[in-house]
Design a protein around this ligand. Structure first.
Ligand code: NAD
Length: 315
């Protein structure tokens, strides 16, 4: 039975990954200090083959067990979190990645870094292939996240080239599904919360900026395929179907049957204008592509979460 260590395993994506790895018969060690994740995300994983270690990966850490795969997902991920935790975000990307890839080296495990489409910044190439080097503002407020991930990618490749660690890098594009926090500031949970309360949906700018949204089950399948491949260079995983934010808001209103209106608010600084993955490489090397479209994914999110969880506490 292979053992997988998942940093950030009590977060949104990490908890779905732990669940799927267990379902496929792996042992899972979840390393998470609950900075932005929660025990509620993993409390249903009561299984002798699952263990949660409450460790801060910014500090050196070690686990006794043999490990075959390391999935490195720990990092604040939503703008609300990394703007609140700028230094922490930089340290997780640097120290946290050093400690985790070092552990993978020691265990001779395959290491997968969860990177992000944000390494492309506000892209000048559309859609974004992995060969595009990006257009990032290093000193803007979002730089702490974007540059931490770019550094983590550089570090991962250095461990691979210099020390022979078996590494992989996934560039994750916007992903959604059950267990997103209603107040984490990302578009889908925000719109769902507002629509389910018949409150106005707040669209930034004029809503013409585009995003692509991948349902979490598709994403997790892609992560596992990449980890189990022998591929080392970065691979985009995301849904290439592109929507404007205005289209997304209208889709959420339709799916929820809401009476909400749409209102417009100031665009945040350095908000990318477009975002769409080129997934040719994932198709070619992993045979992967998403299967769940936005409408179906929104329905599944609402069904699995329930209205109370999506609305959450607070305004
Ligand atoms: P999340 O905030 O729900 O999960 C991150 C987890 O990391 C949390 O459980 C948090 O407690 C943990 N963590 C943070 N700092 C830690 C530390 N110092 N030590 C131990 N644990 C720590 O975010 P998510 O959306 O699940 O994102 C997971 C990963 O995927 C992140 O690396 C993120 O950059 C990447 N990603 C996510 C998306 C997306 O759309 N969700 C898009 C691109 C990339």
């Amino acid at each position: 039975m292979p053992t997988c260590l998942v940093t950030g395993g009590a977060g949104f994506l990490g908890s779905h990954l732990c669940e799927e790895l267990l379902r496929r018969g792996n042992r899972v060690i979840c390393v998470d200090n609950l900075e932005t994740g929660s025990l509620a995300n993993i409390e249903h994983l009561r299984d002798p083959t699952f263990v949660h270690l409450n460790l801060d990966i910014i500090e050196p850490y070690f686990v006794e067990d043999d490990v075959d795969f390391v999935y490195h997902l720990a990092s604040p991920a939503s703008p609300i979190d990394y703007l609140r935790l700028p230094l922490h975000t930089l340290k997780v990307g640097s120290h946290g990645t050093h400690h985790t890839v070092g552990l993978a080296k020691h265990k001779r495990a395959r290491f997968l870094l969860a990177s992000t489409s944000e390494v492309y910044g506000d892209p000048q190439v559309h859609p974004q292939p992995e060969s595009y080097w990006g257009h990032v503002n290093p000193i803007g407020p979002r730089g702490v996240y974007d540059e931490a991930k770019r550094y983590a990618e550089a570090l991962t490749m250095a461990y691979h080239r210099q020390q022979g660690v078996d590494t992989a890098i996934v560039r994750i594009f916007n992903t959604y599904g059950p267990r997103m926090r209603p107040h984490d500031g990302r578009a889908i949970p925000t719109f769902l919360r507002q629509a389910l309360q018949d409150r106005p949906l707040t669209v930034f700018g004029d809503g013409s900026q585009t995003r692509s949204f991948c349902y979490v089950d598709d994403l997790v399948r892609g992560l596992i395929l990449l980890a189990e491949s022998g591929y080392h260079a970065p691979v985009n995983i995301g849904n290439p179907k592109e929507f404007t934010l205005l289209e997304l808001a209208n889709e959420v209103i339709e799916v929820t049957g809401s009476r909400s209106e749409i209102v417009f608010e100031a665009l945040p600084r350095d908000d990318p204008q477009v975002r769409q993955p080129d997934i040719s490489l994932a198709r070619e090397v992993l045979g992967w592509e998403p299967e769940i479209d936005l409408r179906e994914g929104l329905r599944r999110t609402i069904e699995a979460s329930g209205i109370e969880e999506l609305v959450g506490a607070g305004p």
